[in-house]
Ligand binder design. Structure first.
Ligand code: ZN
Length: 442
């Protein structure tokens, strides 16, 4: 079979052929945009400049300062008392999950087309809440349907964050997300793709990348229990198996993130060189040291644990979930004190999309200074999502992923829950303020 050019290229060439050359030459560049607001956050320095201005050309930031050049014809958007900052990053989301009495049954009750429509609406909700980039950590039984969502966002067909997607997460037979407890004769589908050996892991990784995954998600712990005040869960893959998965991911120029709640699973993951250890309820001192040495990020996902404790179906479940949350927050304090590298991810999906800025508030409440939470989200998040020096800061040459919030996030981190303006890739998705041409009277 002859190789075919990719469709977008084919379409562009086809339509370009129909246009007179003179029209092509005259296609005007979109007007520059200038955002002006009372304040602007410098994440690296953890400081505000006042006022703040950003010049945007196309989908990139061209200049940042208290004032910037105002090219003729530029649109000036005055955001009044707000604070400009980089778009938020959520390093752990599930666009294909929504709040439900039992999230595992979404695979049983809902078709993949239905779940894909839900995912598009939830991508929009996240974007309007200020999240301009996200790592989706598994479709939970919807296969590679996240590829279609990411591609529709990238082509501008639907609004949503810049996405790194992982397809369907990988687990072991009888392990996490394997539809346990049902009548075996019914063959209830699990919410993961199963791999029990190194060869199977590599096969699944290759298949998922072929189907569009940007990164790989592996479940590294099974069922969690509290035993005498300690979190216990079986590990799912050996260090050697995870190291083979990481090597395969690296061969494909990508990274592995693991769902991992406790030890020795976390040590195996850190030794294998994963990019992130998500949930990370318990990390041994040895694992913490390895994570610092290798710059492996913990992604604590405190919000999901708080939500489950508050929304349990009965008192016994509420007590169990609260015990997990209390253990988690106490360990999180220790991890912060130990200097474990952190990124910010909420595990949104089982709780409502668009509300996950709560994660910033909880990380701050349980021991991380606001400036460090913001750096964890924006600078570490950009690295974890493999967009370093492209997102997460307001600097010339970075993508124009910019939000404006009501308040100073360094003084009150909850300001990130009050997002009034959203721009992603130079396109405005949310604005409550007047837009006027340069030089016009207000
Ligand atoms: Zn998750």
């Amino acid at each position: 079979m002859l190789p075919m050019p990719a469709r977008p290229l084919f379409s562009i060439l086809f339509f370009a052929a129909l246009l007179p050359l003179s029209l092509l030459a005259q296609a005007p560049a979109p007007p520059a945009i200038i955002l002006h607001a009372a304040h602007l956050l410098n994440v690296e320095k953890a400081s505000l400049i006042s006022p703040g201005e950003i010049l945007i050309n196309g989908n990139h930031i061209a200049a940042v300062g208290t004032t910037v050049p105002h090219p003729p014809g530029a649109r000036v958007i005055d955001l009044g008392p707000l604070t400009l900052m980089p778009g938020l990053i959520d390093a752990h989301v599930h666009l294909f999950l929504h709040p439900a009495p039992d999230e595992n049954l979404q695979t049983v009750d809902e078709s993949v087309p239905e779940r894909t429509i839900t995912a598009t609406l939830q991508a929009r909700a996240d974007l309007l809440a200020g999240f301009t980039a996200e790592r989706d950590m598994g479709t939970e039984g919807a296969g590679s349907a996240d590829t279609a969502v990411r591609d529709a966002i990238n082509s501008g067909e639907i609004p949503g964050p810049r996405l790194r997607i992982t397809g369907n997460a990988i687990s072991i037979t009888g392990g996490h997300e394997d539809a346990l407890g049902f009548n075996p004769a019914l063959h209830i589908p699990g919410n993961a793709t199963y791999a029990d050996s190194t060869d199977q892991l590599i096969h699944v990784i290759r298949t998922q990348i072929k189907q569009g995954a940007d990164m790989i998600k592996i479940y590294q712990t099974g069922h969690d229990r509290m035993v005498n005040g300690m979190l216990v869960a079986p590990y799912q893959y050996t260090e050697a198996q995870l190291a083979a998965a990481v090597a395969e991911a690296h061969r494909l120029r990508t990274e592995v993130g693991v769902h991992c709640t406790t030890e020795p699973a976390a040590l195996y993951a850190a030794q294998a060189g994963v990019a992130s250890i998500d949930h990370a309820l318990y990390l041994s001192a040895e694992t913490e040291a390895l994570m610092k040495q290798k710059q492996i990020f913990a992604v604590p996902t405190l919000t999901i644990f708080e939500y489950f404790a508050a929304h349990a179906p009965n008192a016994a479940a509420a007590a169990r979930e609260q015990a997990f949350f209390d253990f988690h927050t106490a360990q999180f304090r220790k991890q912060v004190a130990a200097g474990v590298p952190m990124a910010v991810g909420s595990d949104v999906g089982p709780f409502p999309h668009g509300t996950q800025a709560r994660e910033f508030v909880l990380m701050n409440k349980y021991g991380m200074p606001a400036a460090d939470v913001l750096r964890a989200d924006l600078i570490n998040g950009a690295r974890l999502l493999m967009w370093p020096d492209q997102i997460g800061q307001l600097k010339p040459g970075f993508y124009a992923d910019i939000i404006a919030i009501d308040g100073d996030p360094l003084a009150d981190i909850s300001a990130v829950t009050r997002v009034k303006f959203v721009m992603k890739n130079g396109v405005i998705y949310k604005s409550q303020d007047k837009i006027q041409p340069e030089g016009a009277q207000p």
